[in-house]
Each structure stands twice: as structure tokens, then as C-alpha cells.
Design a protein around this ligand. Structure first.
Ligand SMILES: [Zn+2]
Length: 109
């Protein structure tokens, strides 16, 4: 098992996990519910983390994460066809209703 992503933003961690799973990469989130019950751990220690179950997926997972992070930085917003909600660039699913984005990510390389 291998950690491929970590962020203080739990929502981004969830998006990464959903992206990897949609590409057939088995992964899971660690520390998902750690924030708030952390005790004397530093906040950094309890950031949610995305782990892949097989180290062979490391390079593919990291390239997918790089792609989606680039999209987040570019911040191309899209409007949900289903509910009309505006979503940030890089999100494959509408955060409001969960509908698929009308654009596809530049992955599957
Ligand atoms: Zn929607």
C-alpha cells in the first residue's frame, strides 16, 4: 500500500479517490474522520490521505492526480446540466447533485 495524496481539504481528497476508482485504481482514504478528534496530534498528521492498495498503481495514480491538480489550479468552472450548480474546474461530479460533468478529464494516457 502506498500514500499518493494528502490534503487538509477532505473534499479534494474524496474527489481524488473517486477519480482513481473511476480509472480502476483501487484506493481508500485514511484519516477521513480524524480531524476534530485528534488529541495531541498536529493538524498535519491527521490530514485525510488517499492510499492505493498496490504500489504498481503509483505512477498512474500520480499522473492522474497531477492532471486534476492542474485543472483545479486553472479553475475552469462548469455548470451542472442537471441542477444548474456551478462547480470548480477539475471536479468530475457535481458537488450538489452528483451528476457527471459535461466535460471529460484529459486522462487515459
Ligand atoms: Zn448538479
Amino acid at each position: 500500500m502506498l500514500k499518493v495524496y494528502s490534503s487538509e481539504d477532505r473534499f479534494m481528497v474524496q474527489q481524488i479517490k473517486d477519480l482513481l476508482e473511476s480509472k480502476g485504481i483501487h484506493c481508500f482514504i485514511k484519516n477521513e474522520f480524524a480531524i476534530g478528534g485528534a488529541g495531541d496530534l498536529s493538524p498535519f498528521d491527521c490530514w485525510p490521505e488517499v492510499w492505493v492498495t498496490d504500489n504498481d498503481w503509483k505512477s498512474k495514480a500520480q499522473s492522474l492526480i497531477k492532471d486534476i491538480e492542474t485543472q483545479w489550479q486553472q479553475g475552469t468552472e462548469w455548470c451542472c446540466d442537471n441542477c444548474g450548480e456551478t462547480n470548480g474546474g477539475g471536479f468530475e461530479l457535481c458537488w450538489q447533485c452528483g451528476a457527471q460533468a459535461p466535460v471529460t478529464l484529459p486522462s487515459d494516457k
